[in-house]
Design a protein around this ligand. Structure first.
Ligand SMILES: Cc1cc2nc3c(=O)[nH]c(=O)nc-3n(C[C@H](O)[C@H](O)[C@H](O)COP(=O)(O)OP(=O)(O)OC[C@H]3O[C@@H](n4cnc5c(N)ncnc54)[C@H](O)[C@@H]3O)c2cc1C
Length: 400
């Protein structure tokens, strides 16, 4: 059986490593960048306890390797920038274990090392489509080191090529995007906070939010967010140090020591800050009429509010690996049926994760009241949803 994976990011590496263990399966993972090019991964990630649980169920060794490159994410605190604490939740109350805090580039390094020889780096896809002999199968051609390569008769093509998936566009058409109306910035800086910043925290001034946590070896990740008109670009005048200082300084003018450090650090790192708009796109796990599976960001784009992008890429991959491995070893080789089963495992779960992530963004929208909105997050309905988010990774993984 021939399986091709496009993209050696989060989902692609987990898939490549596990599928390569199946006897009689030829796995080729094609990655666009060179192996050590992490230029698109210059930030920190908080990865949810649900990803840790899901990955442990299929690959304990890889889970331990990521844990070693991370700090534990054990607590979630939300305050105002004047220091008033609104919400302080040990994750142990809603999850079976800790999450990870890690540099994105480190996560890629660990995952790519683990994926091994089935990944080919520096590959530029030149053609992709249905196989001439069997329309359920696919073909792919690519350039690597100036040479052209081609694989036909692909039994299963897995798109793990991220948010702007060219595989999904080519096979299943354009993906409509919905803007949420929140601007978000990200920057990674050396830790000069003298212990002020460690585990995952957020600070509000009105709907304007700061977020921060420490990652190994000795860095701090900071994200700013504030409301914008949903279809508008981020106004350049709101990205200046003066505008950012004004956005996060509390009304009486005295930020808490934590918020003061964050505001000063944000303002002195404006040049290195990456800006984006929060957006979503529709869920699609499989192509309608050929054996193409979408996983991770290629399958779903969600707002980053609950830190579930990479988390769900891992959860997707763990579920797909568990289903494919079980089916293949049982002699069930109907690939189209695998894809329907993977979709059945993931679609409702993903709707829940996306709707929950969007609902949790309420405190960042124009006119929001972060005090009421955050206190509401400490109440049982929100905590029950968090518990479902962090524990319910799928029946196949719970049984493993
Ligand atoms: C700044 C920022 C901060 C984030 N913070 C968090 C967070 O705190 N927690 C969290 O869970 N998520 C976070 N996310 C989201 C998370 O990074 C993504 O959801 C996650 O990386 C998706 O994993 P993936 O495997 O689907 O795709 P990716 O990890 O994006 O991997 C896609 C891979 O495909 C490759 N590729 C793309 N096109 C092609 C092609 N044509 N041919 C070959 N290869 C190709 C890319 O080079 C890449 O290696 C953040 C994202 C950003 C941008």
């Amino acid at each position: 059986m021939r399986i091709v994976i496009i993209g050696a990011g989060v989902a692609g590496c987990v898939m490549a490593r596990q599928l390569a263990l199946l006897d009689g399966v030829e796995v080729t993972c094609l990655e666009r960048v060179t192996r050590d090019d992490h230029s698109e991964a210059g930030t920190g990630l908080n990865v949810g306890p649900n990803a840790v649980k899901a990955l442990r169920a299929v690959d304990p060794e890889l889970t331990d390797a990521v844990t070693q490159a991370s700090f534990s994410w054990k607590n979630w605190r939300i305050s105002l920038t004047d220091g008033t604490v609104l919400f302080d939740l040990p994750l142990s109350e809603v999850a079976e274990g800790a999450g990870w805090r890690i540099r994105w580039s480190e996560l890629y390094r660990v995952l790519r090392e683990a994926a091994g020889a089935s990944v080919a780096y520096g590959c530029e896809i030149s053609a992709l489509g249905r196989d001439a002999a069997d329309p359920r199968k696919t073909s792919v051609a690519w350039m690597q080191d100036g040479k052209e390569f081609r694989l036909d008769g692909i039994d299963l093509l897995i798109a793990c090529d991220g948010r702007y998936s060219s595989v999904r566009r080519t096979i299943s058409g354009e993906v409509p995007v919905r803007q949420v109306g929140v601007a978000i910035s990200r920057v990674l800086v050396p830790d000069s906070s003298s212990g002020l910043i460690d585990d995952y925290e957020q600070w509000f001034n009105g709907p304007n939010r700061l977020l921060s946590f420490r990652v190994p070896p000795d860095h701090i990740y900071i994200a700013c967010a504030f409301p914008i008109a949903p279809e508008a670009d981020i106004p350049p005048e709101r990205k200046t140090p003066e505008a950012l200082r004004a956005a996060y300084t509390p009304p009486h003018g005295v930020p808490s020591p934590q918020a003061q450090w964050m505001i000063d650090t944000v303002c002195s790192n404006v040049a290195d800050t990456h800006w984006a708009r929060m957006q979503e796109h529709d869920v699609l796990y499989r192509a309608a009429d050929c054996n193409v599976l979408y996983l991770g960001d290629s399958a779903h784009g969600m707002v980053p509010t609950l830190g579930q992008g990479a988390t769900q890429a891992i959860e997707d991959a763990a579920n797909a690996v568990a289903l494919i491995t079980r089916s293949y070893r049982n002699g069930e080789r109907d690939v189209a049926h695998w894809l329907k089963e993977i979709e059945a495992l993931r679609k409702e779960r993903m709707r829940f994760v996306m709707e929950f992530s969007l609902a949790a963004t309420d405190t960042m929208l124009a006119g929001a009241d972060p005090v009421q909105g955050t206190r509401h997050k400490a109440e049982p309905p929100f905590r029950r949803k968090l518990s479902r988010l962090y524990r319910d990774v799928g029946p196949l993984l719970d049984k493993t």
